[in-house]
Design a protein around this ligand. Structure first.
Ligand SMILES: [Zn+2]
Length: 510
């Protein structure tokens, strides 16, 4: 059983850590208890994502890569009893669809309503027959599901998509809070924020917090959605232009909502105008219950289709969409037009278009608040750590060097880290706020090539994080180290000032 022989609760990251693009999330929890016939084992998976940087694995004709979980699927004797999905983003969900397409069988899969809607759309897209699909169980925040000797409780989490969850995994051997992607923001629109009141009830009772540390090196709190909304409304108002274009990422519905609320506040008509993916997400949001037309209550006109006539919109409208050639539409009256660019690389071709057509725009480069943030910053994580009374913090969703560089800073923040930095494949035993490595297994990625039957599946062993490629542009080693150093200086100064103030106070009382 891969080292899980004794009674205890075990944790094994299979994807999502220590890779050159942090994706392909998948984590296994194993609970070993005593029974009349010996040791009884029960295990689950949280998330089965796809690995976005599969081309870096060097397999020709690759279509995707997924964490290699074949030995944990039925009919293996080590088969998991259930899968829980935190949210609908491809790096947490799409691996499941790929495994089903490849003909693998799964035990029941638990997911929230919106995640299920996205998943069912994926099944259609992948042409997976319902006979190949496992039982899908829809869950809501605060639902508690018993799986053998474990219970799994769903906890609402603030993230960029609807119905995101974290999970409390509990057994007689220990309790873990698996955060999923999260931030502390309680201002998120039309979604449930991170359930701090439930977490406060669990204060002191959680051994370990398996935490989304994607933005650990950013000081302070992740910007609130209400602040992004205010900034966007201010920029649009200040532009004084009647025609506004706000491009959005298809998989980030929160930006559709924020851009729409800006239009509504400024009483501008709205047209949703984008690629096929854009409309898929828009239609799912409407089906989910967020009908922008209803929300508008006739205060503004809302058009859901691409073949709109400008006369329908008057001369006062916002285009919310994805098309990179939209510049042409706006250039007819460029003096009346303005664009707001809410993401860095995705919309680079659009910047060129807008420049070419002489249309003014503001981008996230000048106004960082325009970026929607799904992941908590250091402040969000410190807040969670305090609420739960400093459980052991196990970082995920980050390269190994982020955890290693964080070691000097953590004690100043009252954060306790495991002695060994977790790498994909390792197995850890969890008990009494400790997490001890018991095996050095190396994880494997499974590269999938649908077009080449000779190499449909290729195993590639996990390599250590290089900090190059994708990571160099996002969480480079150098940048990470520098940021932690700056935060450490700030904290040391604060601690020193507090000590001086305390001394002055005691001297004055003498
Ligand atoms: Zn996510």
């Amino acid at each position: 059983m891969n080292g899980c022989k004794d009674i205890g609760l075990y944790w094994q990251p299979l994807g999502g850590n220590n890779v050159d693009q942090i994706s392909g999330h998948c984590y296994r929890y194993i609970d070993c208890t005593r029974s009349a016939s010996g040791i009884r084992t029960c295990s689950i998976l949280i998330d089965v994502g796809k690995y976005d940087n599969y081309s870096a694995l060097g397999v020709p004709c690759a279509n995707t890569a997924v964490p290699d979980i074949r030995e944990f699927l039925p009919p293996s004797p080590q088969a998991i009893s259930a899968v829980f999905i935190t949210h609908s983003h491809p790096d947490h969900l799409n691996g499941l669809a790929h495994y089903l397409k490849l003909g693998y069988r799964f035990p029941p899969v638990y997911m929230s309503r919106y995640t299920r809607m996205i998943f069912e759309d994926l099944l259609k897209d992948f042409e997976i027959p319902s006979s190949a699909c496992p039982q899908i169980v829809e869950i809501c925040p605060r639902d508690v599901i018993t799986i053998g000797s474990m219970t799994v409780e769903a906890v609402a989490a603030s993230h960029t998509c609807f119905d995101s969850l974290g999970f409390i995994i509990k057994s007689a051997n220990g309790t873990v809070y698996h955060t999923g992607d999260f931030k502390a923001d309680d201002s998120i629109y039309f979604r449930r924020p991170t359930d701090f009141s439930r977490l406060a009830e669990l204060s002191g009772k959680v051994d370990c917090m398996v935490t989304d540390c994607c933005r650990l090196m950013d000081d302070g709190f992740a910007p609130k959605e209400s602040d992004t909304f205010k900034k966007m409304a201010e920029l649009v108002r200040k532009s004084g232009k009647p025609k506004i274009f706000i491009p959005v990422y298809p998989t980030h519905p929160e930006m559709y909502v924020i851009a729409f609320l800006v239009a509504l506040k400024l009483k501008k008509n709205v047209v949703f105008y984008g690629t096929r993916d854009f409309y898929i997400y828009l239609n799912l949001m409407i089906e989910y219950g967020l009908d922008f037309r209803k929300l508008a209550q006739n205060r503004i006109k809302v058009i859901y289709h691409p073949d709109f006539g400008l006369e329908e919109l008057g001369d006062n409208y916002v285009v919310i969409g994805t098309y990179n050639h939209i510049g042409r539409e706006f250039s007819i009256r460029r003096k009346d037009s303005f664009a707001v660019i809410t993401a860095r690389t995705f919309f680079n071709p659009l910047r060129g278009q807008l420049n070419l057509h002489g249309i003014k725009f503001t981008s996230v480069v000048d106004e960082p608040l325009l970026q929607g943030y799904g992941h908590g910053f250091l402040g969000d994580i410190v807040k969670m750590n305090k609420i739960l009374q400093a459980p052991l913090l196990i970082p995920t969703h980050c390269p190994a060097y982020v955890t290693d560089y964080f070691r000097e800073l953590a004690p100043l923040l009252g954060i306790k880290l495991p002695a060994q930095t977790p790498l994909n494949g390792n197995i850890f035993k969890i008990s009494n706020r400790e997490c001890v490595k018991i095996t050095d297994n190396v994880a494997k990625w499974l590269v999938v090539s649908y077009d080449d039957p000779a190499q449909k599946l290729t195993e590639v062993a996990q390599k250590p994080t290089s900090g190059l490629g994708f990571l160099k542009r996002t969480i480079s080693k150098k940048r990470c180290r520098r940021k932690f150093k700056m935060i450490r200086h700030r904290l040391e100064k604060e601690i020193c000032n507090a000590e001086k103030a305390q001394k002055r106070l005691s001297d004055s009382q003498l």
